[in-house]
Ligand binder design. Structure first.
Ligand code: SAM
Length: 167
């Protein structure tokens, strides 16, 4: 994993197309104990420190109902990442892996995801454990953990389709 935007032996960078960030809207900001990529956890842990997800005011009503879920899927924008590596050497030993075979923060669209344990909700702040991002990382989405969520809308034909056919 690239830690501070350096290039390592065997790694390959390309000239990427101009970033437009697909018109993403940052819906909040995440407060964590980590201010350096050199100390942040490589992956969040369920018994990690409490982090605070601050939801920006226009999105407050979108929080309704999240308190019912023990775990949330948190999507964030790894804003300090370089975005041009197609081969990476996480162990810095010249052995490289394709970017899409890694969970490195360095990717064309640096989206990070974690399953976080909900600790509580205080106004527009959501308290969770299980994150691995730097203090101040922009939030791009929140969803219930998919294993806890059952679709509320009625099923559609595609829900019954299998490799063998419908029904
Ligand atoms: N859990 C997420 C995932 O699997 O999609 C992210 C995993 S990534 C390996 C976590 C690492 O990203 C941290 O250890 C830190 O080095 C780096 N990182 C965290 N926040 C970042 C940010 N805002 N910008 C760039 N890199 C960041």
């Amino acid at each position: 994993m690239v830690r501070e935007n350096e290039i390592r032996q065997g790694e390959v960078a390309i000239d990427p197309p101009p970033a437009t960030d697909a018109g993403l809207v940052y819906i909040g900001r995440i407060a964590t104990p980590w201010t350096s990529r050199l100390v942040a956890p490589r992956q969040g842990r369920a018994d990690g420190p409490i982090c605070r997800i601050e939801i920006f005011e226009p999105w407050r009503q979108a929080m309704d109902g999240i308190e019912k879920y023990e775990r949330l899927e948190v999507l964030y924008w790894l804003h300090l990442s370089r975005r041009d590596l197609v081969k990476q050497s996480p162990a810095k030993d010249g052995t490289t892996y394709g970017t899409f075979a890694l969970r490195s923060p360095v990717r064309p669209n640096p989206i990070g995801t974690s399953i976080a344990t909900l600790v509580g909700v205080e106004g527009t702040t959501i308290l969770v454990r299980g994150l691995d991002c730097l203090d101040g990382t922009p939030l791009i989405d929140l969803k219930p953990d998919r294993t806890l969520f059952k679709p509320i809308a009625p099923p559609q034909p595609g829900d019954f389709e299998t490799e063998m056919g419908s029904g």
